[in-house]
Design a binder for this molecule. Structure first.
Ligand code: ADP
Length: 264
């Protein structure tokens, strides 16, 4: 009768709805799973690269027991470099994982940002001096903000390190700090090699590098900018890049002066 049919159709609609919802969830899960798989594959690859070199170096030393001391020294120096690389990748990964956790804890304290920037620049001065790069800090006003000092230090360090690494001999890096009533603004500008237009959308992705071999050579892991972006986003801030290939690159970071805790 009429009632039966009505029930039947309703139940049919309901199953359809549930099955649609399930399919949607499943698709989302698959996307998440694929990106996790890709991440794990990338991590394995990155960790294996220095290990493979270490193995080759150690094996070739083992195969020539009468190798002269200079050869030993040279190989040991190379081994030490590879170990350092491996160490850097592991440290960057640990930073990233800490920042990736949903609801990861921020240790918010009122911080003198000028002092923080100055401290970091002082530490990076020797790296800049190595390539004869002029490192300048311009502070427009005193800035005190509620931030997680360790995480914002990662942002500043990664941006300035990149500005030095991807620069030219005798180049410059200009760091500036400004604020209005709501935000502070950090700008890191360099006279370096720049980033091709088609790559600026990708540089914040994990393991992305414009030039893999160049980045490796200078000790890059491809994680620095994703670490920086995660830390900025956790502070409800924004990070942007402007680049002119062959001319230089500017990163701007905007962070709220007062930290507003997320609901829930
Ligand atoms: P890496 O460890 O390779 O430096 P990052 O995540 O810090 O990784 O940066 C990703 C890529 O973005 C780098 O490999 C480099 O190609 C490009 N890049 C980052 N900063 C700069 C810059 N200041 N000038 C030119 N290229 C840059």
């Amino acid at each position: 009768g009429y009632g039966d049919n009505y029930l039947h159709e309703n139940a049919y609609d309901e199953t359809d709805r549930i099955s649609n919802a399930f399919n949607k969830l499943w698709d989302r899960y698959k996307v998440l799973d694929a990106s996790r798989e890709e991440f794990v594959a990338n991590v394995s690859h990155e960790l294996k690269t220095p290990l493979t070199s270490m193995k080759v170096l150690a094996d070739s030393l083992l195969m020539q027991p009468d190798a002269p001391t200079e050869i030993y020294r040279e190989f040991m120096g190379d081994l030490s470099e590879e170990i350092e690389r491996e160490n850097k990748i592991i440290n960057d990964l640990l930073d990233l994982v800490k920042l990736d956790k949903k609801g990861a804890n921020l240790n918010i304290k009122s911080q003198d940002v000028n002092e923080l920037v100055e401290r970091i620049l002082k530490r990076l001065q020797p790296l800049a001096a190595k390539s004869n790069i002029e490192l300048v800090f311009e502070s427009f006003r005193p800035v005190t903000a509620e931030i997680d000092e360790v995480k914002i230090a990662l942002v500043i360090t990664n941006l300035v390190e990149n500005a030095i690494k991807y620069n030219k001999e005798n180049g410059w890096v200009h760091v500036s700090l400004n604020a209005d009533h709501k935000y502070f603004y950090l700008k890191v500008a360099d006279s370096g090699i720049g980033i091709p237009k088609e790559d600026t959308d990708h540089i914040f992705e994990r393991f992305f590098r414009v030039d893999k071999s160049h980045s490796r050579e200078i000790g890059g892991t491809g994680l620095g900018l994703s670490i920086a972006r995660n830390a900025v986003v956790m502070h409800r801030g924004a990070i942007k890049v402007y680049s002119e290939p062959g001319e230089g690159t500017t990163f701007t970071v905007r962070i709220p002066l007062t930290y507003i805790k997320r609901e829930g």
